[in-house]
Design a protein around this ligand. Structure first.
Ligand code: DGL
Length: 263
């Protein structure tokens, strides 16, 4: 699985908890984050490069695009180019969002790139669910998480400003449409108020991975079942920082971090 940086660790946590026997390779492209402000074409090329690397170097049997921005930019082409199953986070997120709303007014917050791509607007429309959708970009949130600043006064002030449109839209369910955002759930929850359910795509994505592994017979044979899948972390940026902050955000699984430099 991969993300621009630490965000995909929210999905990694859900996967490791649900499928503890599976080996996992996590690639954090911290050398090139953030993806949000970049043109979609550029993010698509990054996603293609990382997917090829995961398949060639780590011989993975499935790829989880644990990044909304990369899912919006590249899911289709990755599925076209590779034989292994490719799972994104957008459709699982939409399913979880629609299951959570009662008043049928839903919100999605995401990076500038994801919102501008229209991927969420299309995914919600495709379900034909009779909901009102408010999408809002939250530039700056990802950078706070990457710096390890998840609960400061500064991030709170920014959240007050950026979340105003989804508050005004009176949504009762808000999808954190960037995998970094669950790390800001405390702040986002404070600003939105307790009547709004915060939805993350992590669990639903992990369920989708489990279904595909079962349906395709690719799942780790029961028999081992010792809950000791191997977890490998690779970063294109500062590996010392990845180990420190990654360990804090994910947990003890981040024992060591390998470096991968792009040419
Ligand atoms: N975690 C990525 C996502 O879900 C954030 C992208 C970024 O680096 O801006 O969209």
């Amino acid at each position: 699985m991969f993300d621009s940086g630490f965000g995909g660790l929210t999905v990694a946590r859900a996967l490791i908890d649900l499928l503890p026997d599976e080996d996992l390779v996590y690639f954090g492209d911290t050398g090139r984050y953030p993806y949000g402000p970049r043109p979609l074409d550029e993010v698509r090329e990054f996603a293609r490069e990382i997917t090829q690397y995961l398949i060639d170097t780590h011989n993975v049997k499935m790829v989880v695009v644990a990044c909304n921005n990369a899912s919006a930019a590249a899911l289709e082409i990755l599925r076209f180019e590779h034989d292994v199953p490719i799972v994104g986070v957008i459709d699982p997120g939409v399913r979880a969002l629609l299951a959570a709303t009662r008043n049928r007014r839903v919100g999605v917050i995401a990076t500038v790139g994801t919102v501008a791509s229209g991927a969420y607007q299309r995914a919600v429309t495709a379900t034909r669910a009779p909901v009102h959708l408010q999408c809002s970009a939250c530039p700056g949130f990802v950078e706070f998480v990457e710096r390890g600043e998840t609960d400061s006064e500064n991030v709170h002030v920014l959240a007050e400003r950026l979340l105003a449109p989804v508050r005004e839209a009176r949504v009762d369910a808000l999808l954190l449409g960037c995998t970094h955002y669950p790390f800001l759930a405390h702040t986002i929850g404070d600003v939105m108020g307790r009547d709004v359910v915060l939805v993350s795509s992590a669990d639903e994505t992990a369920f989708e991975v489990r279904s595909i592994l079962t349906e395709t017979g690719l799942g780790r044979r029961s028999g081992r079942g010792d809950g000791k899948g191997k977890h490998t972390f690779v970063s294109s940026g500062d590996v010392g920082w990845f180990k420190r902050l990654g360990g804090q955000l994910l947990g003890p699984e981040v024992e060591s971090v390998e470096s991968h430099q792009w040419d």
